[in-house]
Ligand binder design. Sequence first.
Ligand code: COA
Length: 418
Amino acid sequence: MNNDPAKPQQRFEDLRGILRYVPQFRQRVFVIAFDGALMMQPGFASLLQDVAVLQSLNIEVVLVFGARAQVRMLAEKRGISLYNDDGMGRTDAAGIALEMPVAVSNALAVHPAGVIDGIDLEFTGRIERVDEESLRALLKADIIPILPPLGYDGKGATLRLNSDAVAVEVAIALQAAKVIFVAESGITAADGTRLEQLSVAEAKEMHKRKDSKHDVSMLSKLRYAALACQEGVPRVHIVDGTQDEALLAELFSNEGVGTMIHADDYQQIRKARASDVPALLSMMQQSVDDAALVPRTRDQIQSKIKDFFVLELDGNPIGSVAVHAYEEDGRKIAELACLFVRRSHKNKNHGRKLVAFAEEQARQRNCEIIVALSTQAFRFFEEKMGYTVTDPDALPLSRREKYDKSGRNSKVLVKALK
Ligand SMILES: CC(C)(COP(=O)(O)OP(=O)(O)OC[C@H]1O[C@@H](n2cnc3c(N)ncnc32)[C@H](O)[C@@H]1OP(=O)(O)O)[C@@H](O)C(=O)NCCC(=O)NCCS
Protein backbone atom coordinates (compact mmCIF):
# COMPACT_ATOMS: atom_id res chain seq x y z
CA MET A 1 0.00 0.00 0.00
CA ASN A 2 1.21 3.50 -0.70
CA ASN A 3 1.34 5.49 2.55
CA ASP A 4 3.13 8.43 1.07
CA PRO A 5 0.53 11.15 0.38
CA ALA A 6 2.94 13.01 -1.90
CA LYS A 7 3.29 10.12 -4.32
CA PRO A 8 -0.01 9.97 -6.19
CA GLN A 9 0.02 13.74 -6.67
CA GLN A 10 3.51 13.54 -8.08
CA ARG A 11 2.31 10.99 -10.60
CA PHE A 12 -0.60 13.15 -11.71
CA GLU A 13 1.77 16.06 -12.21
CA ASP A 14 3.98 13.84 -14.34
CA LEU A 15 0.99 12.70 -16.32
CA ARG A 16 -0.17 16.25 -16.91
CA GLY A 17 3.30 17.19 -18.10
CA ILE A 18 3.31 14.27 -20.52
CA LEU A 19 -0.21 14.75 -21.83
CA ARG A 20 0.63 18.35 -22.70
CA TYR A 21 2.73 17.05 -25.60
CA VAL A 22 0.22 14.57 -26.95
CA PRO A 23 -2.02 16.86 -29.06
CA GLN A 24 0.93 18.40 -30.94
CA PHE A 25 2.44 14.98 -31.71
CA ARG A 26 -0.76 13.29 -32.82
CA GLN A 27 -0.74 12.16 -36.48
CA ARG A 28 2.77 13.53 -36.93
CA VAL A 29 5.47 11.32 -38.39
CA PHE A 30 8.46 10.46 -36.17
CA VAL A 31 11.33 8.61 -37.82
CA ILE A 32 13.22 6.64 -35.19
CA ALA A 33 16.64 5.24 -36.12
CA PHE A 34 18.27 2.65 -33.87
CA ASP A 35 21.96 1.88 -33.96
CA GLY A 36 22.45 -1.83 -34.67
CA ALA A 37 24.45 -2.33 -31.48
CA LEU A 38 21.41 -1.53 -29.34
CA MET A 39 19.58 -4.56 -30.68
CA MET A 40 22.11 -6.77 -28.93
CA GLN A 41 21.57 -5.14 -25.55
CA PRO A 42 19.14 -6.24 -22.84
CA GLY A 43 17.34 -2.85 -22.86
CA PHE A 44 16.25 -3.23 -26.48
CA ALA A 45 12.93 -4.86 -25.61
CA SER A 46 11.96 -1.80 -23.50
CA LEU A 47 12.98 0.49 -26.34
CA LEU A 48 10.57 -1.34 -28.64
CA GLN A 49 7.88 -1.09 -25.99
CA ASP A 50 8.45 2.66 -25.91
CA VAL A 51 7.95 2.75 -29.66
CA ALA A 52 4.64 0.94 -29.13
CA VAL A 53 3.67 3.62 -26.58
CA LEU A 54 4.31 6.31 -29.18
CA GLN A 55 2.17 4.49 -31.70
CA SER A 56 -0.64 4.14 -29.16
CA LEU A 57 -0.63 7.96 -28.88
CA ASN A 58 -1.36 8.12 -32.62
CA ILE A 59 2.15 9.16 -33.52
CA GLU A 60 3.05 7.72 -36.91
CA VAL A 61 6.33 5.93 -36.34
CA VAL A 62 8.79 4.79 -39.00
CA LEU A 63 11.66 2.64 -37.76
CA VAL A 64 15.08 2.54 -39.32
CA PHE A 65 17.87 0.37 -38.02
CA GLY A 66 21.59 0.32 -38.45
CA ALA A 67 23.61 -2.82 -38.93
CA ARG A 68 27.17 -1.75 -38.26
CA ALA A 69 27.61 -3.86 -35.11
CA GLN A 70 26.01 -6.92 -36.72
CA VAL A 71 28.14 -6.58 -39.85
CA ARG A 72 31.29 -6.32 -37.73
CA MET A 73 30.31 -9.33 -35.66
CA LEU A 74 29.55 -11.47 -38.70
CA ALA A 75 32.75 -10.37 -40.42
CA GLU A 76 34.74 -11.43 -37.39
CA LYS A 77 32.94 -14.76 -37.20
CA ARG A 78 33.59 -15.49 -40.86
CA GLY A 79 37.12 -14.14 -40.85
CA ILE A 80 36.35 -11.46 -43.44
CA SER A 81 38.10 -8.11 -43.33
CA LEU A 82 35.85 -5.17 -44.10
CA TYR A 83 36.74 -2.05 -46.02
CA ASN A 84 34.02 -0.20 -44.30
CA ASP A 85 31.10 -0.90 -41.99
CA ASP A 86 29.10 2.33 -41.83
CA GLY A 87 27.48 2.34 -45.26
CA MET A 88 29.39 5.38 -46.49
CA GLY A 89 32.76 4.07 -47.64
CA ARG A 90 33.43 1.14 -49.94
CA THR A 91 31.34 -2.01 -49.61
CA ASP A 92 32.80 -5.00 -51.49
CA ALA A 93 31.04 -8.23 -52.48
CA ALA A 94 32.01 -9.96 -49.23
CA GLY A 95 30.70 -7.01 -47.22
CA ILE A 96 27.33 -6.93 -48.95
CA ALA A 97 26.96 -10.69 -48.46
CA LEU A 98 27.13 -10.08 -44.71
CA GLU A 99 24.35 -7.50 -44.95
CA MET A 100 21.87 -9.79 -46.64
CA PRO A 101 20.62 -11.74 -43.59
CA VAL A 102 18.57 -8.71 -42.42
CA ALA A 103 15.00 -8.08 -43.57
CA VAL A 104 14.66 -6.01 -46.74
CA SER A 105 11.94 -3.51 -47.65
CA ASN A 106 11.58 -1.88 -51.03
CA ALA A 107 10.54 1.63 -50.05
CA LEU A 108 13.83 3.05 -51.33
CA ALA A 109 15.03 3.42 -54.89
CA VAL A 110 18.82 3.44 -54.83
CA HIS A 111 21.73 3.75 -57.22
CA PRO A 112 25.31 2.67 -56.71
CA ALA A 113 27.18 5.55 -55.05
CA GLY A 114 29.77 5.18 -57.84
CA VAL A 115 33.36 6.29 -57.86
CA ILE A 116 34.19 8.94 -55.28
CA ASP A 117 37.68 10.43 -54.91
CA GLY A 118 38.98 7.73 -57.25
CA ILE A 119 37.54 4.86 -55.20
CA ASP A 120 34.82 2.63 -56.60
CA LEU A 121 32.39 2.27 -53.71
CA GLU A 122 31.00 -0.89 -55.36
CA PHE A 123 28.01 -2.11 -53.30
CA THR A 124 27.52 1.12 -51.37
CA GLY A 125 24.34 2.84 -52.50
CA ARG A 126 22.93 6.34 -52.74
CA ILE A 127 19.24 6.99 -52.08
CA GLU A 128 17.54 8.26 -55.19
CA ARG A 129 13.91 8.30 -54.16
CA VAL A 130 11.70 7.31 -51.24
CA ASP A 131 8.45 5.57 -52.05
CA GLU A 132 6.40 7.93 -49.94
CA GLU A 133 3.10 6.44 -51.03
CA SER A 134 3.84 2.91 -49.84
CA LEU A 135 5.13 4.19 -46.48
CA ARG A 136 2.05 6.36 -46.01
CA ALA A 137 -0.22 3.43 -46.84
CA LEU A 138 1.45 1.37 -44.08
CA LEU A 139 1.19 4.22 -41.58
CA LYS A 140 -2.47 4.69 -42.42
CA ALA A 141 -3.04 1.04 -41.65
CA ASP A 142 -1.31 1.49 -38.24
CA ILE A 143 1.65 -0.57 -39.38
CA ILE A 144 5.12 0.58 -38.41
CA PRO A 145 7.33 0.48 -41.52
CA ILE A 146 10.78 -0.92 -40.72
CA LEU A 147 13.63 0.03 -43.02
CA PRO A 148 17.00 -1.69 -43.09
CA PRO A 149 20.15 0.07 -44.26
CA LEU A 150 19.78 -1.56 -47.68
CA GLY A 151 18.13 -0.80 -50.98
CA TYR A 152 17.80 -2.25 -54.48
CA ASP A 153 18.95 -0.61 -57.66
CA GLY A 154 17.14 -0.90 -61.00
CA LYS A 155 19.03 -4.09 -61.83
CA GLY A 156 17.96 -5.79 -58.62
CA ALA A 157 21.37 -5.52 -56.96
CA THR A 158 21.29 -5.02 -53.18
CA LEU A 159 23.27 -2.02 -52.01
CA ARG A 160 24.46 -0.99 -48.56
CA LEU A 161 23.19 2.32 -47.19
CA ASN A 162 24.00 4.43 -44.18
CA SER A 163 21.05 4.10 -41.76
CA ASP A 164 21.24 7.77 -40.73
CA ALA A 165 20.88 8.73 -44.39
CA VAL A 166 17.89 6.39 -44.71
CA ALA A 167 16.20 7.94 -41.67
CA VAL A 168 16.72 11.47 -42.90
CA GLU A 169 15.68 10.86 -46.51
CA VAL A 170 12.51 9.14 -45.29
CA ALA A 171 11.82 11.98 -42.84
CA ILE A 172 12.21 14.60 -45.57
CA ALA A 173 9.94 12.67 -47.93
CA LEU A 174 7.24 12.19 -45.29
CA GLN A 175 7.64 15.74 -43.90
CA ALA A 176 8.25 14.20 -40.50
CA ALA A 177 8.04 16.29 -37.35
CA LYS A 178 11.10 14.61 -35.91
CA VAL A 179 13.99 12.29 -36.52
CA ILE A 180 15.20 10.56 -33.37
CA PHE A 181 18.58 8.86 -33.52
CA VAL A 182 18.75 6.32 -30.74
CA ALA A 183 22.51 5.93 -30.55
CA GLU A 184 25.05 3.94 -28.58
CA SER A 185 26.03 7.09 -26.69
CA GLY A 186 24.99 10.71 -26.25
CA ILE A 187 26.71 13.97 -27.17
CA THR A 188 28.66 15.71 -24.44
CA ALA A 189 30.56 18.97 -24.17
CA ALA A 190 34.28 19.14 -23.36
CA ASP A 191 33.50 19.14 -19.62
CA GLY A 192 31.48 15.94 -19.94
CA THR A 193 28.06 17.55 -19.50
CA ARG A 194 25.26 16.80 -21.93
CA LEU A 195 24.87 19.18 -24.87
CA GLU A 196 21.15 19.89 -24.71
CA GLN A 197 20.76 21.80 -27.96
CA LEU A 198 22.69 22.42 -31.14
CA SER A 199 21.85 24.70 -34.02
CA VAL A 200 22.33 23.46 -37.57
CA ALA A 201 25.48 25.55 -37.85
CA GLU A 202 26.90 24.05 -34.66
CA ALA A 203 26.10 20.48 -35.74
CA LYS A 204 27.78 21.12 -39.10
CA GLU A 205 30.80 22.62 -37.40
CA MET A 206 31.13 19.61 -35.07
CA HIS A 207 30.91 17.27 -38.03
CA LYS A 208 33.55 19.25 -39.90
CA ARG A 209 35.94 19.36 -36.94
CA LYS A 210 35.78 15.56 -36.67
CA ASP A 211 36.45 15.82 -32.97
CA SER A 212 38.05 12.55 -31.78
CA LYS A 213 35.49 12.48 -28.96
CA HIS A 214 32.84 11.47 -31.51
CA ASP A 215 33.11 8.23 -33.46
CA VAL A 216 32.17 7.87 -37.14
CA SER A 217 28.66 6.89 -36.22
CA MET A 218 28.07 10.08 -34.19
CA LEU A 219 29.72 12.27 -36.82
CA SER A 220 27.39 10.79 -39.42
CA LYS A 221 24.40 11.59 -37.20
CA LEU A 222 25.52 15.20 -36.82
CA ARG A 223 25.89 15.51 -40.58
CA TYR A 224 22.49 14.04 -41.35
CA ALA A 225 20.81 15.92 -38.49
CA ALA A 226 21.96 19.19 -40.07
CA LEU A 227 20.73 18.07 -43.48
CA ALA A 228 17.32 17.09 -42.08
CA CYS A 229 16.85 20.50 -40.44
CA GLN A 230 17.92 22.30 -43.59
CA GLU A 231 15.38 20.33 -45.57
CA GLY A 232 12.51 21.27 -43.28
CA VAL A 233 12.45 18.66 -40.48
CA PRO A 234 11.99 20.95 -37.48
CA ARG A 235 13.72 18.82 -34.84
CA VAL A 236 16.29 16.05 -34.72
CA HIS A 237 17.11 14.36 -31.44
CA ILE A 238 20.13 12.25 -30.61
CA VAL A 239 19.63 10.15 -27.48
CA ASP A 240 21.79 7.64 -25.70
CA GLY A 241 19.85 4.40 -26.18
CA THR A 242 21.73 2.64 -23.42
CA GLN A 243 20.01 4.93 -20.89
CA ASP A 244 16.80 3.62 -19.44
CA GLU A 245 13.67 5.27 -20.91
CA ALA A 246 15.79 7.65 -22.99
CA LEU A 247 13.34 7.82 -25.87
CA LEU A 248 10.26 8.75 -23.85
CA ALA A 249 12.17 11.02 -21.49
CA GLU A 250 13.56 13.02 -24.43
CA LEU A 251 10.16 13.47 -26.02
CA PHE A 252 7.95 14.02 -22.99
CA SER A 253 9.97 16.16 -20.64
CA ASN A 254 10.84 19.82 -20.86
CA GLU A 255 14.52 19.35 -20.21
CA GLY A 256 14.94 16.17 -22.29
CA VAL A 257 17.80 13.73 -21.81
CA GLY A 258 19.52 13.90 -25.20
CA THR A 259 20.65 16.53 -27.67
CA MET A 260 18.17 18.39 -29.84
CA ILE A 261 19.30 19.80 -33.17
CA HIS A 262 17.01 22.52 -34.43
CA ALA A 263 16.72 24.53 -37.57
CA ASP A 264 18.43 27.91 -37.35
CA ASP A 265 16.18 30.61 -36.01
CA TYR A 266 15.31 32.30 -39.27
CA GLN A 267 14.27 29.02 -40.75
CA GLN A 268 11.56 28.83 -38.14
CA ILE A 269 9.98 31.95 -39.58
CA ARG A 270 8.26 31.11 -42.82
CA LYS A 271 5.86 32.69 -45.28
CA ALA A 272 2.25 32.35 -44.22
CA ARG A 273 0.01 30.10 -46.31
CA ALA A 274 -3.72 30.35 -46.90
CA SER A 275 -4.15 27.39 -44.55
CA ASP A 276 -2.59 29.45 -41.73
CA VAL A 277 -5.36 32.06 -41.72
CA PRO A 278 -7.59 30.35 -39.12
CA ALA A 279 -4.59 29.81 -36.81
CA LEU A 280 -3.49 33.43 -37.29
CA LEU A 281 -6.97 34.70 -36.48
CA SER A 282 -7.32 32.61 -33.35
CA MET A 283 -3.78 33.42 -32.20
CA MET A 284 -4.33 37.15 -32.57
CA GLN A 285 -7.72 37.16 -30.92
CA GLN A 286 -6.27 37.60 -27.42
CA SER A 287 -4.39 40.76 -28.42
CA VAL A 288 -7.40 42.07 -30.28
CA ASP A 289 -9.43 41.61 -27.10
CA ASP A 290 -6.76 43.52 -25.19
CA ALA A 291 -6.89 46.23 -27.89
CA ALA A 292 -3.19 45.72 -28.65
CA LEU A 293 -3.94 44.66 -32.22
CA VAL A 294 -6.48 45.93 -34.73
CA PRO A 295 -9.13 43.31 -35.48
CA ARG A 296 -8.66 41.80 -38.92
CA THR A 297 -11.07 39.73 -40.91
CA ARG A 298 -10.26 36.50 -42.66
CA ASP A 299 -10.49 38.30 -46.00
CA GLN A 300 -8.16 41.09 -44.94
CA ILE A 301 -5.47 38.60 -44.01
CA GLN A 302 -6.18 36.39 -47.00
CA SER A 303 -5.86 39.24 -49.48
CA LYS A 304 -2.47 40.25 -48.02
CA ILE A 305 -1.26 36.75 -47.22
CA LYS A 306 1.98 37.35 -49.13
CA ASP A 307 2.94 39.98 -46.54
CA PHE A 308 2.47 37.64 -43.57
CA PHE A 309 5.05 35.47 -41.84
CA VAL A 310 4.53 32.81 -39.23
CA LEU A 311 6.90 31.81 -36.47
CA GLU A 312 6.62 28.09 -36.04
CA LEU A 313 7.88 25.91 -33.23
CA ASP A 314 7.60 22.14 -33.49
CA GLY A 315 5.25 22.69 -36.39
CA ASN A 316 2.90 24.91 -34.39
CA PRO A 317 2.46 28.62 -35.16
CA ILE A 318 3.35 30.66 -32.08
CA GLY A 319 3.84 34.11 -33.54
CA SER A 320 3.36 36.30 -36.56
CA VAL A 321 4.48 39.47 -38.27
CA ALA A 322 3.49 41.21 -41.49
CA VAL A 323 5.48 43.59 -43.70
CA HIS A 324 3.54 45.89 -46.01
CA ALA A 325 5.44 48.04 -48.50
CA TYR A 326 4.33 51.49 -49.71
CA GLU A 327 5.83 53.72 -52.37
CA GLU A 328 5.53 57.48 -52.14
CA ASP A 329 7.39 60.14 -54.12
CA GLY A 330 9.83 57.47 -55.26
CA ARG A 331 10.57 56.48 -51.65
CA LYS A 332 9.81 53.04 -50.34
CA ILE A 333 8.44 52.73 -46.83
CA ALA A 334 7.72 49.49 -45.00
CA GLU A 335 5.14 48.99 -42.30
CA LEU A 336 5.65 46.29 -39.70
CA ALA A 337 2.24 45.05 -38.59
CA CYS A 338 0.49 42.20 -36.85
CA LEU A 339 3.44 41.50 -34.57
CA PHE A 340 2.31 38.88 -32.16
CA VAL A 341 3.76 36.20 -29.88
CA ARG A 342 1.58 33.70 -28.10
CA ARG A 343 1.30 34.41 -24.39
CA SER A 344 2.79 31.01 -23.48
CA HIS A 345 5.93 31.82 -25.48
CA LYS A 346 6.56 35.43 -24.47
CA ASN A 347 9.91 36.68 -23.16
CA LYS A 348 11.91 34.11 -25.10
CA ASN A 349 13.26 36.54 -27.68
CA HIS A 350 10.67 35.56 -30.30
CA GLY A 351 9.33 39.12 -30.52
CA ARG A 352 12.82 40.51 -31.17
CA LYS A 353 13.48 37.86 -33.82
CA LEU A 354 10.23 38.58 -35.61
CA VAL A 355 11.00 42.32 -35.71
CA ALA A 356 14.55 41.69 -36.95
CA PHE A 357 13.17 39.35 -39.58
CA ALA A 358 10.59 41.92 -40.71
CA GLU A 359 13.32 44.57 -40.99
CA GLU A 360 15.38 42.23 -43.15
CA GLN A 361 12.37 41.63 -45.40
CA ALA A 362 11.88 45.39 -45.71
CA ARG A 363 15.55 45.86 -46.63
CA GLN A 364 15.25 43.21 -49.30
CA ARG A 365 12.34 45.16 -50.75
CA ASN A 366 14.58 48.27 -50.87
CA CYS A 367 12.65 50.16 -48.20
CA GLU A 368 14.51 53.06 -46.58
CA ILE A 369 12.54 53.20 -43.37
CA ILE A 370 10.19 50.97 -41.46
CA VAL A 371 7.26 52.19 -39.39
CA ALA A 372 5.14 50.40 -36.82
CA LEU A 373 1.93 51.39 -35.07
CA SER A 374 1.46 50.30 -31.52
CA THR A 375 -0.82 51.15 -28.62
CA GLN A 376 0.81 48.98 -25.97
CA ALA A 377 4.15 47.71 -27.19
CA PHE A 378 5.77 51.03 -28.15
CA ARG A 379 8.27 50.75 -25.31
CA PHE A 380 9.27 47.33 -26.65
CA PHE A 381 10.00 48.90 -30.04
CA GLU A 382 11.85 51.81 -28.47
CA GLU A 383 13.85 50.00 -25.84
CA LYS A 384 14.53 46.66 -27.43
CA MET A 385 14.54 47.41 -31.14
CA GLY A 386 15.87 50.98 -31.49
CA TYR A 387 12.69 52.64 -32.88
CA THR A 388 11.74 56.21 -32.08
CA VAL A 389 8.27 57.60 -31.55
CA THR A 390 7.46 60.03 -34.31
CA ASP A 391 4.66 62.12 -35.71
CA PRO A 392 1.84 60.38 -37.67
CA ASP A 393 2.97 62.51 -40.64
CA ALA A 394 5.81 60.02 -41.10
CA LEU A 395 3.23 57.54 -42.38
CA PRO A 396 2.66 57.12 -46.11
CA LEU A 397 -0.36 59.17 -47.16
CA SER A 398 -2.73 56.26 -47.77
CA ARG A 399 -1.74 54.74 -44.44
CA ARG A 400 -2.16 58.09 -42.69
CA GLU A 401 -5.79 58.29 -43.84
CA LYS A 402 -6.51 54.86 -42.40
CA TYR A 403 -4.74 55.85 -39.20
CA ASP A 404 -6.89 58.94 -38.75
CA LYS A 405 -10.07 57.00 -39.47
CA SER A 406 -9.27 54.24 -36.97
CA GLY A 407 -9.31 56.64 -34.02
CA ARG A 408 -6.98 54.25 -32.15
CA ASN A 409 -4.42 56.99 -31.63
CA SER A 410 -1.60 54.46 -31.79
CA LYS A 411 1.95 55.64 -31.33
CA VAL A 412 3.88 55.80 -34.58
CA LEU A 413 7.36 54.30 -34.41
CA VAL A 414 10.05 54.61 -37.00
CA LYS A 415 13.48 53.19 -37.73
CA ALA A 416 15.87 53.90 -40.58
CA LEU A 417 17.01 50.79 -42.43
CA LYS A 418 20.66 50.78 -43.32
C1 COA B 1 5.26 42.76 -28.03
C2 COA B 1 5.47 41.27 -28.18
C3 COA B 1 5.46 40.91 -29.63
C4 COA B 1 6.83 40.89 -27.55
O1 COA B 1 7.08 39.51 -27.74
P1 COA B 1 8.14 38.65 -26.87
O2 COA B 1 8.42 37.41 -27.63
O3 COA B 1 7.67 38.49 -25.50
O4 COA B 1 9.42 39.61 -26.88
P2 COA B 1 10.93 39.29 -26.55
O5 COA B 1 11.01 38.01 -25.79
O6 COA B 1 11.74 39.39 -27.79
O7 COA B 1 11.31 40.53 -25.65
C5 COA B 1 10.89 40.60 -24.34
C6 COA B 1 11.34 41.89 -23.71
O8 COA B 1 10.50 42.95 -24.18
C7 COA B 1 9.77 43.52 -23.10
N1 COA B 1 8.42 43.78 -23.53
C8 COA B 1 7.54 42.93 -24.07
N2 COA B 1 6.37 43.55 -24.31
C9 COA B 1 6.52 44.82 -23.91
C10 COA B 1 5.66 45.95 -23.88
N3 COA B 1 4.42 45.88 -24.31
N4 COA B 1 6.18 47.09 -23.43
C11 COA B 1 7.45 47.20 -22.98
N5 COA B 1 8.30 46.14 -22.95
C12 COA B 1 7.84 44.96 -23.41
C13 COA B 1 9.81 42.44 -22.03
O9 COA B 1 9.66 42.98 -20.75
C14 COA B 1 11.18 41.82 -22.22
O10 COA B 1 12.15 42.63 -21.64
P3 COA B 1 13.56 42.02 -21.07
O11 COA B 1 14.19 41.27 -22.20
O12 COA B 1 14.32 43.21 -20.64
O13 COA B 1 13.16 41.11 -19.96
C15 COA B 1 4.40 40.45 -27.44
O14 COA B 1 4.36 40.86 -26.11
C16 COA B 1 3.00 40.55 -28.02
O15 COA B 1 2.62 39.74 -28.82
N6 COA B 1 2.20 41.55 -27.58
C17 COA B 1 0.83 41.69 -28.00
C18 COA B 1 0.70 42.20 -29.42
C19 COA B 1 1.30 43.59 -29.64
O16 COA B 1 1.24 44.46 -28.82
N7 COA B 1 1.91 43.76 -30.82
C20 COA B 1 2.54 44.96 -31.27
C21 COA B 1 1.65 45.70 -32.24
S1 COA B 1 2.43 45.90 -33.81
